[in-house]
Design a protein around this ligand. Structure first.
Ligand code: KG4
Ligand code: ZN
Length: 342
């Protein structure tokens, strides 16, 4: 592939299988989504209160071919029109990732096109390029997902500087764990958001998050505070509003993210913030960051919700960045449970 002539507007097929969504998408020139298919095993996982890796792997095996062929068909192209295959190689569940990686390797090999290894985390940030076709680095990247929480400076298409991140739980993980304490079903994040709409953020939870220096976050203290509040009330036989707990938790967990991202934009004199990851689908976060950025004349790029949660268009978009840099993988590519953010 060393001397392969690069196309200006390559058709890239993205494949994603890091958790409980089997997804495939065709993206043209890195910015134009021609198709997107997402097959989720979340309903089945919900029976067990969370993602069971073995069930996820089996569901991906059943779905991957349907997702890819569905995406090709929906895009109105044929397999031979694909210029490169981009696949999530990490971070995520190893068995789940291996399904996508193996499929992508076989497909790229059979079509004689480049194989591109994409970090799921970088993919979440690349969703911003699909949301705003004019977006160019530098911008502040706020990543808020189930596995990662970070404030970054996206210095160029290739390089990203991490200003700070979570010291313990990721923000999505905190949503999921808090949902369990409140007896809400999986997936926790959207269910907390729904319940929070019926309540008031009137319970005082630790302010420690805000007082932490730099751009780091800690969510385990907040989660423990919610557990203590609920247990205390239960032990005393006092009634309490779960909706108020959900609203208070949501506010405490998300205000700090907005504030730190804005702080970074001001410190680094960067006028745009792009938000990515499953938690960026949260309506409170979307409204709050839009409002607060408005006060400071900062532009905010919020991908549509379907591009915040796991999808393969973001993988193809990041794949495009690797494509123009000829950063191709070979058939020795393996899945990785953890990958570094930068
Ligand atoms: O990005 P994502 O789909 O997967 C990872 O890469 O981790 O993020 C999943 C996380 C889960 O923790 C889920 O509860 C959370 O995103 N999430 C939400 C919402 N939708 C998904 N959290 C809060 N509010 C939501 N509406
Ligand atoms: Zn994700």
């Amino acid at each position: 592939m060393k001397n392969l002539p690069l196309k200006e507007e390559p058709i890239i097929l993205g494949i994603e299988s890091s958790c409980d969504e089997t997804a495939a998408s065709v993206v043209k020139g890195g910015r134009e989504i021609l198709s997107s298919v997402i097959i989720s095993s979340a309903l089945e996982q919900a029976k067990y209160g969370g993602v069971v890796p073995e069930i996820a792997s089996r569901a991906h095996t059943d779905a991957v071919s349907h997702a890819v062929m569905g995406a090709v068909c929906e895009a109105g192209i044929e397999l031979k029109d694909i210029d490169a295959v981009a696949v999530t190689y990490g971070a995520g569940l190893l068995g789940a990732l291996l399904v996508g990686v193996s499929y992508a390797k076989a497909l790229a090999f059979s079509l004689s096109v480049p194989l591109i290894a994409v970090s799921h985390i970088r993919g979440h940030m690349a969703a911003a390029y699909l949301a705003d076709k004019e977006l160019k680095p530098p911008f502040i990247g706020l990543l808020a997902s189930g596995g990662h929480t970070a404030v970054t400076v996206v210095e160029s298409y290739e390089s990203l500087k991490v200003l700070g991140g979570t010291l313990d739980d990721a923000v999505g993980e905190a949503f999921d764990k808090t949902a369990r304490v409140l007896g809400l079903p999986y997936p926790g994040g959207p269910n907390i958001e729904k319940l929070a709409k019926e309540g008031e953020a009137n319970i005082s939870l630790p302010k420690m998050l805000k007082n932490m220096g730099g751009y780091n976050f800690s969510y385990s203290g907040l989660k423990t505070a919610v557990i203590n509040y609920v247990h205390n009330k239960e032990q005393k036989g006092e009634s309490f509003s779960k909706a108020d707990v959900a609203a208070s938790f949501q506010k405490a967990a998300l205000d700090v993210l907005c504030d730190k991202a804005i702080e970074a934009a001001l410190e680094y004199k960067i006028d745009t913030i792009a938000v990515g990851g499953g938690v960026a689908a949260n309506g409170y976060l979307r409204d709050m960051i839009t409002k607060k950025c408005g006060y400071k004349s900062i532009k905010v790029v919020l991908p549509p919700k379907i591009l915040c949660t796991d999808n393969a268009s973001m993988i193809a978009a990041e794949g495009y960045v690797q494509y123009i840099n000829r950063n191709f993988a070979d058939l020795s590519l393996n899945a990785k449970a953890a990958v570094s953010l930068s």
